[in-house]
Design a protein around this ligand. Sequence first.
Ligand code: BYC
Length: 480
Amino acid sequence: MGDVTQQAIDYSQRIPNNVDLSNDRALQRALERWQPAFLNWWDETGPSNTSNLQVYLRTAISVDRDGWANFGYVRMPEYRWGIFLTPRDENRKIHFGDHKNEPAWQDVPGEHRSPLRRIIVTQGDTEPASVEQQKQLGATCPSLYDLRNLFQVNVEEGRHLWAMVYLLHRYFGRDGREEAEALLQRRSGDPNNPRILTAFNEKTSHWLAYYMFTFFTDRDGKFQLAALAESAFDPLARTTKFMLTEEAHHMFIGESGVARALQRTCEVMSQHKLTDPSQVRAHGVIDLETLQRFVNFHYSVTLDLFGSEVSSNAGGYYTGGLKGRYTEATIRDDHSLAGDFYGVPEAANGEIVNRQVPALTALNARLRDDYTREIQAGLDRWNRIPEKLGIQFRITVPHIGFHRKIGSFAGHYVSPGGQVLSKDDWERQSAGWLPSDDDHAFVGSLMGRVIEPGKFANWIAPPARGINNLPIEFEYVRFD
Ligand code: BYC
């Protein structure tokens, strides 16, 4: 690491920041005009009926690896959303693509302006979308602990929006300011003005969907942000690096949330010696078959977020230096990929075949493969729960081609086991593979609002420990 320029976060400003905002009056004024629009958006589409709640939240006070979190009660509209970048390394060099070994860019080169803006807008659009998707969940929280974690995620997604809006305002002039406004105007699920990526227009109507979303979809966030953290455009790399530190907690919420539901179900099954899903349901817990259908849905919908397996866009981003591979710096090759090939599965003539394509065009597939490996590791951890309780069932990931709307599998009918089916066969069987309306209604029926400190809804086990070393029965949200 070379010289590092570090700015402390200045909380005396209207917009807390460590980018020396007060020395750029025009930018500061533009962002101060965007701020009330953001607060209006939060008021309208953020978590419902929560403006008076006091929530035990962490707020970033420094971008240091160890010292960034400060915990305390906050009313959410007063949360200090701001602009935080990891410190600048003055000697940072571009380490992949055509510009390899040149100094990282502190500004946007003209020829990359349009694709970079597009990437930043797409990333930025997901952040408010997820808050909109989760708006109603507070009303059915399984505990105060879970309620607090939901709100923590919501305020941080709001801050991630700020992170992208800062880049748009600071580096993209009038176009950037217009894009920043549009980010507050699109709405998840709105047929007239939807969010950009498909998964962000799906409903998150109950807590099981929410935990699946934070396990599967927030993890797409991790991999996309990690790829952007390699970018030659240094401000993007620095801001996404800091976002990644927050993303870890979101994925923890998802992984532990599903694990706790699984734990509770397996305890009930083991205690009453049950295997039949309807009997399991009769005990007010989510049967394993239903959990599996939700895994199938959220995994497949999230795979679509990686874009087409074979994508010239992705190749262009890489050679241009805009977006790298996951952990680019640790990969031992020439970081140009010219002449390399990568195997991509696809459906052809009724079967799945592996096609070797130029590696430069397969970067979306490669990132998705990195993602899938991490998902499998998470499922292996989940599967220790039934194993420990002597239950045969194991959660599995469906085949990569299952239920896809984007990329080479779109338009094909692939079973979770990886069989290419006819449309008729798919229609006959797919109801058993994806959550039905009845599954949603059943899961929804379990959702009651539990707000007594230390108490948990029947369908979910308590967590192993509380937040910030506090006990599980701590009053994580105050209603007075
Ligand atoms: N839905 O070459 P293609 C997160 C479009 S999550 C709709 O296949 P490309 C978070 C594409 O725009 C991470 N449209 O794909 C998680 C293009 O359109 P045009 C979000 C889609 O460009 C939880 C066309 O199809 N970050 O942070 O290589 C909570 C062909 O494009 C979709 C990012 O995504 C889709 N799923 O890659 C909160 C990173 N997929 O040009 C937050 C930034 C593709 O024909 N985004 N299309 O009009 C990117 O890097 C790229 O835009 C993508 C697509 C990876 C998404």
